[in-house]
Design a protein. Sequence first.
Length: 409
Amino acid sequence: MLQISERGREMPPSPIRKLVPYAEAAKKKGIKVFHLNIGQPDIETPPSILDAVRKTDIRVLEYSHSAGNESYRKKLVTYYKTVGINVTADEILVTTGGSEAIMFGFFSCLNPGDEIIIPEPFYANYNGFAVAAGVKVVPITSTIDTGFALPPIQDFEKVITPKTKAIIICSPNNPTGYLYSRQEMEDLKTICLKHDLYLFSDEAYREFSYSGEYTSAFHLTGMDEHIVLIDTISKRYSACGARLGALVTKNKEVYDVAMKFAQARLSPPGLAQIMAEAAVDLPASYFNKPKAEYLARRDLLVKRLNAMPGVFCPNPGGAFYAMARLPIDDSDKFCQWLLESFSYQNQTVMLAPATGFYGTSGLGKNEVRLAYVLNLNDINDAMNCIEKALEVYPDRTEVKTMENAGVIL
């Protein structure tokens, strides 16, 4: 009898997309669904970068260099300088989205059976990439009560074994929105140097830092050989469908090995590189408007959530995600119920259950991730839906109150 691979069996479903059939069914019933489940911004892609593709005189759409067009990589050098990162074009490998950069990094630096430490909750697809690479994810838990700050360095020390080869972080963070401080990044540097570990730094949201200064892994001194930076234009320019990212490293051996994987897949998307090259020419002021918009959306969403009885949502320091603790005991069940059995004024909300963002079984059962990628009116209507849903949800948990005071905590 034919069998599928063990790798296929172990591949986890996406917590972001697994409820799509329920959302589609709700829409067929005429219910409007507010998509707060996925980081798909509604910010307009800059028209000038789309025009760059339209105006290009292309007679044959050829393969690019496996590392990406040299002209684009040189443009990226100038972009990185604006954020305090000094690299050369020969240290940049253009990839098919940030996803491929993560895959190339794992394949190049880690052997099957090696371990990678990830503060949880974490970007759910790290799990899938680890399965594909045969790598074991070792989670260390950050908590909603601390706003998902980096766990103490002692927690890293406790789980390091001879098989530990790397740490991966995302800052500003997906799914929590947490922005790692300079000190937290320095702490990561200390442990990577002490134990000779790679540091994978996913910096897809650097432009959207609100509560402090963004610190790149490349801002750390003495770490050049250890750093593999993961990047993408998806969020920066609201161009998710372009599928264009980058792996950046000063470690020549890592780069040369990653290049072999890049050659095996031939080349990154050609039209997207034309678009992304034009994006580098956008003025620095371009980011002012989307950043201000995301900040306004964050403030509204967090304020509305924390005003709901039994709900707690820490204030995210960056990106466009928030994690909220709800008075429920099964976020997967609640998120499905919202789509399958609930509507308010013929509207409902699609959320991402937090369970899929944890590596430790049983965590995230009363948490959800919300992406504030919709306009303020839609976010307000979505919050109305969540508020009403929690009032009538049949499996709502009891809200703890101060003894003899009747004050909701």
